[in-house]
Design a binder for this molecule. Structure first.
Ligand SMILES: Cc1ncc(COP(=O)(O)O)c(C=O)c1O
Length: 447
């Protein structure tokens, strides 16, 4: 076991206490006081340095500083930046509290995995009840069947369901099912499917594995057709993320369907982002276009770890002819969270509210852009998934820094996500922070 190495807390004694610790040069041994009782400031106090000290401590014990790539300091705020909190201690609604005592409005909503709001009372109660009742055993929990049935009711293509823990696992399972069903190996894909080998071109992935996957751009009919025609009778699946920054053209979806039908391949929609957000049943529900298999995760469980691959029974049956299994796939706490989310969607038009809140958040930032006169800053996206794009990365970093000082965490280089908790008052705060940040940025650039 490694020794505990962390910055004990409080403001460092040095006069320049506002400067960020340098991840490379400052080691815990240099700085860490003996005591381990100052990891958070007392309620009401604010200690921005403490937030930075957590970043340094994380870099020491976790390669890259975070187990989730998009939560690394560089990913949050830009390469080489030294500002901004990387860790939180509590979250409620759309607000997060940092160890240094900052309260921020979160526009990132845990990378879209939370749509109802953090620490939702009803969902949390269900999860706690499941834990208290004993949520795993040598047998499967009955809630696995209940939740699978309920998913089949709301997802158009779902006749059967298999649960997994992460989005990446669900998509990998869908591809394994498609390969088993067709007896083929090649996959054509458009989108991000998680970190696993089958779709990755990253270091450590064997060339032979990479050779089985062909990546094509979003909404490009001829690239999709060409890749499928190359694979021909080796084509097992076309896997697509149906919404990337904008809705797809009908023509592209029809081309994907046509290619799959022509070569006997399986059409997979990756609905990890779109499920329970655009509509409960994802894009296929919104756009009325059914794939053969689909994957769900993120908002399906409001931040609890569970995902699902769903689809036509005749194809899903292939899951029994290969090996797809995970010890805790059907544990009952995350299933209780899915059940709580389904209850929410049963009693309210959750997705309508997400669209409205998302559009209002994006409009608020658009107004701030217009008022500031900032050039080359644009706001795009689809309803509940929207983004801000900057002409230069350093402008984006500076915007994020000032917005944080005014209480709002925006997502760098990717989607901001609406939740039910982003109410009118919060959206006014978002506009105020964006406006202040953009005006200041424009002023600094003009100097
Ligand atoms: C469309 C899509 N598929 C798959 C994944 C991977 O999910 P996870 O990070 O839960 O493994 C993501 C994650 O962002 C995603 O957006």
């Amino acid at each position: 076991m490694r020794l505990s190495r962390f910055f004990g807390g409080g403001k460092p004694d040095e006069p320049d206490s506002n400067s960020a610790p340098d991840d490379e040069s400052v080691t815990a041994e240099d700085e860490a006081p003996e005591s381990d009782d100052l990891e958070e400031v007392p309620e009401g106090d604010l200690d921005v340095d403490l937030d930075l000290q957590w970043r340094a401590r994380a870099a020491d014990v976790i390669p890259g500083g975070a187990s989730t790539g998009s939560k690394r300091a560089d990913a949050l705020y830009g390469e080489g930046t030294t500002f901004g909190p990387t860790h939180f201690t509590s979250a409620s609604g759309c607000h997060i509290t940092t160890p240094g005592g900052r309260t921020l409005i979160d526009c990132t909503m845990a990378l879209g995995s939370v749509a109802i709001g953090y620490a939702d009372e009803a969902i949390t109660r269900g999860v706690l009840q499941a834990a208290a009742s004993g949520h795993v055993s040598g047998l499967s929990h009955t809630s696995e069947i209940d939740v699978a049935d309920r998913l089949c009711d709301v997802i158009p293509c779902a006749e059967q369901v298999r649960f997994m823990k992460s989005g990446a696992e669900a998509v990998a399972a869908a591809v394994r099912i498609a390969r088993t069903y067709t007896g083929r190996s090649k996959v054509v894909g458009a989108g991000y499917f998680g970190w696993l080998d089958w779709s990755s071109g990253d270091a450590g992935v064997p060339a032979a594995t990479q050779g089985e996957f062909s990546r094509v751009p979003f909404d490009d009919v001829s690239a999709l057709e060409l890749a499928c025609e190359r694979a021909r009778e080796d084509l097992a699946a076309v896997a697509i993320e149906p919404v990337v920054e904008r809705l797809p053209s009908r023509e592209w979806l029809e081309a994907a369907r046509r290619m799959c039908d022509a070569y006997g391949a399986v059409l997979i929609f990756d609905e990890i982002k779109t499920g329970f957000r655009l509509r409960p049943g994802g894009y296929q529900d919104y756009g009325q276009f059914e794939p053969d298999l689909a994957t769900f995760g993120k908002a399906m469980a409001n931040g609890f770890p569970i995902s699902a691959v769903v689809g036509r029974a005749a194809i899903m049956e292939a899951a029994t002819k290969t090996w797809i299994s995970s010890t805790l796939a059907g544990e009952a706490t995350a299933l209780a969270a899915v059940s709580g989310v389904l209850d929410w969607h049963d009693r309210a038009e959750v997705c309508d509210s997400l669209w409205r809140n998302g559009e209002e958040m994006a409009s608020a930032v658009r107004r701030a852009v217009a008022a500031s006169g900032a050039e080359s800053v644009t706001v795009g996206g689809v309803g509940p998934m929207w983004f801000i794009r900057f002409g230069a990365p350093e402008h984006e970093s500076r915007f994020l820094e000032i917005a944080l000082e005014h209480g709002v965490l925006f997502k760098r280089g990717a989607y901001n996500y609406a939740s039910l908790a982003h109410d009118e008052e919060t959206i006014i705060e978002i506009e105020r922070a964006a406006s202040t940040a953009l005006v200041q940025l424009v002023e600094e650039l003009g100097r």
